[in-house]
Write a protein that binds this ligand. Sequence first.
Ligand code: GLC
Length: 424
Amino acid sequence: MTKNIIEKAKKILLGNRKRGYTLPTNNKLYPAQWNWDSGFIALGYSHFNFKYALDEIDTLLRGQWRDGMVPHILFHDLNTNYYPNHSVWNCGNKIKSSGITQPPVLAIILKKILHKNEIKKKEKIKIKTIVKKIKKYHEWLIKYRDPTNSGLVSILHPWESGYDNSPLWDQPLSKVKIEKNLKYKRGDNKLVNPDFRPLDLDYDRYVTIKNNLRKNKYDPKKLYETSMFNVVDVGFNSILLKANKDLLQLLKKFNLEHKKIHKYVIKSENRIEKLYDKKRKSFINYDLKNKKKITVPSITNYFILFADLKNKSINKDIIQNLKKHNTKEKFFFSSIKPNFNKFEEKRYWRGPVWVNCNWIIYQGLKDKDKIFAQIVKDKTIDLVKENGFHEYYNTNTGEAYGAKNFSWTASLFLDLMLEKNRSN
Ligand code: GLC
């Protein structure tokens, strides 16, 4: 039984694989390469095909812009009905791409993969080049998304968070004036029940923000100053902090310069605590554009555990709260706390359980609360075993929604099943 399901997960990845990269799913919903999906996917491959794992990362980095940015989507296939497609974005390096990024998980994944696999001499050269590219990407984030060198970076579009229609963005999005005479055609809600997808109103705002970025020719300096959306997100910054910590080790391993990244790690570690709300005992987001706190109880606020803050008392408080995030539900973690008034059981990032969130939190818990970490792991495995390799799930029933044969669900399931007391 266990062997069968592991084979099934591998088959999903191989079935979604194209030349050098893997689609998020086997249907037409996402016909391109996505940034953080590829990171998670590479981790899955690392358990049975190291070459495919490296290829996945390598291909993504071939889409890196000259300034260092790694796009959130690479359009290897130009003939799809996807919206927004390459012509709508109208940018890219040799590979057509979107003009924004996504949570920078690559360094974290690469470090894990290298820890697990023996490296041949030939691969070492390839990996060193990958590490240099990731460094350039992180330096881009620091320079252009934190121009005041505060220690925290901004996201300039909800899509950059990876949790597109989370209630986290409701307040900043409500301030976005929708462009007059917007003309575009969504494809997603024809492929998946519209009740499980973002609203048209959300899309109008996403497209308006995107059009403004395009108008500014994706000049990173201008975008930061003019974007209609500028938020300091706990989840994104926690991932970056963890990624910078891991990058630092990779740079040392390959004898590469690491002073700047080291300094930034120290700065971020201190600064991110400013997002801690002592009264609530939780981390909160900050809407920089409108100078307002965002207090939505999103599971992504717990990504801070992944960042491995040295502050033990904060970690303890956070874990206590995390244990109260889901009390009555059959499966956790719901993307939004169920008693929050904007929680929606079926709608994408507004309530359902996502395996990548569980995986991130599990990693953060492993060395802080072993017993709870094990529960999270077991529950996540059960959820997938009982309901299949889908995109997201109902927290109360486990009912599966969105895309079937979802690559990161398969990948992270494999990682949970096959990890062997890895400490990193
Ligand atoms: C959606 C998700 C995003 C993911 C992409 C491809 O846009 O919100 O996180 O990367 O689909 O799976």
